[in-house]
Design a protein around this ligand. Sequence first.
Ligand code: FBP
Length: 552
Amino acid sequence: MEISILQKVRAKYEPKLPLAFVNGALVAVKKGEPTESVGDQEDIQKLFPMNYGKPILEFSSGTEKKARSLRVGVILSGGQAPGGHNVIAGLFDGLKSINGNSQLYGFLGGPSGLVENRHIEITAEVVDRYRNTGGFDMIASGRTKLESIDHFDKTAKNCQKLGISAIVIIGGDDSNTNACLLAEYYAENNVPIQIIGCPKTIDGDLKNEYVETSFGFDTACKVYSELIGNISRDANSARKYWHFIRLMGRSASHITLECALQTHPNITLISEEVAEKKQTLADIVDDMCNVIVQRAKKGRNFGVALIPEGLIEFIPEVKKLISELNEIMSRDEAPLGFLKTDEEKISFIKGKLSGESSSVYSSMPHQIQVQLIKDRDPHGNVQVSMIETEKLLIQMIEANLSQMKTKGKLDIKDIKFKAQSHFFGYEGRCAAPSNFDADYCYSLGATAAALIGSGNTGYIASVRNLTKSSDHWIAGGIPLTMMMNMERRHGKEVPVILKALVNLRGGPFLELLKNRDMWAIETAYLYPGPIQYFGPSEVCDHPTRTIVLETH
Ligand code: FBP
């Protein structure tokens, strides 16, 4: 198969590793003090008696000694994130360095591959084809949740058939929550299979003191920032458009915040701030109009606005509307099924909503009203990521500005608001990993191998000190139970890994606040350009602004 020139050359890149692995993955292990979960300690301890309280582990370079060969399974779970193949490469090389006869199996299509026993053996030849590449296509990913006893038992049976004694689950907060449940179930039932998690997601919301970032966030943000920079330069060249750019990231606004710090747009919305200030949709539109008008007064009828994917859920009145819609759509499924046109459905629904929600719903453009009653996930909930918030805001701003004009509230005649909308997400999820992600992922894979080799289960691989050069990186393991708390999901209290949202008192957000007013009115765009894989270290190896500002 033909591969690109970059891929050919990039395959030879040797990812950097923490010093602990200089002699391979046979390491010395330092155990810390017993740990507590991040919240609801009593409940979590009761639910995870076998794994609760385990110590934090730190690896240092070990001495060569003989170790038995290992047979390990790996899955990629959830949305793609740059660097997944390097986690597998690091795991493969790590297992081989523990014992040359070790074997790695990849279950296909995510967790469902484990349950249905669809697998391949990941050989040296397979790994070599995918080193330093983006994507998850080596074994593909999926979103099946491993959470029922039936799934756990089938998984155990399939692994035992293949002689597999450890599984590495590469996933986000939900997948690692399920990894924790699986580890507990196996420990309670004496199933001799170790479970190790790995922090993956472009969203950047799986992090804490010991997991400084999830992999893929670095590359994805750099790709989006390149695109935003290009669009900003176009905006500043043509001087006739406002560009509204919605960015993936699910509930958390980390991607939007990081891209703002890399590109200096005129408007940056942060969902967590909207929620804290209890802003209404009208407040947000007013604030945006204010920037648009101020720029127009200076003759700048152009600009760039960044909008996080999850915004709509964080506006308290819209959140209420969505929950009422979810309720009505499931309760009145039958009568709604008889209605033929969108108009009939919308008017039926308006009649069922509370007064407040009905007026919020009515204030929305028709297209959004339709989206809110159409796109639903398998649980019957509105799929917020399918709601085109950028278009909603554009239409509401247009309406607001023309109202201001007719009411004579706008004292400038030459305000011209023409907008373009964009949604960035898929453009970055499978990009070739930056040097940071290539190194970090390979190190995470090596760490997972070392955790297995040293007999551990119920841990997530952790590589810390990431703003320093890799010889200062600290590899180890964090008990998955340490990251858990209790949350209400689908009407039930359940144990889950605490999702990290943007901290409004944290360094990255404060940096935005310091600059946001100036970036709004001036045209202070930064053009970061494409990711550099070769060249001086300052352009190739720099980590995200987020991790730097969070660490220092
Ligand atoms: P994960 O949380 O699984 O890493 O997914 C990341 C993500 O890219 C989100 O930012 C986005 O909302 C979602 O996946 C979209 O997923 P899909 O392509 O499956 O609809």
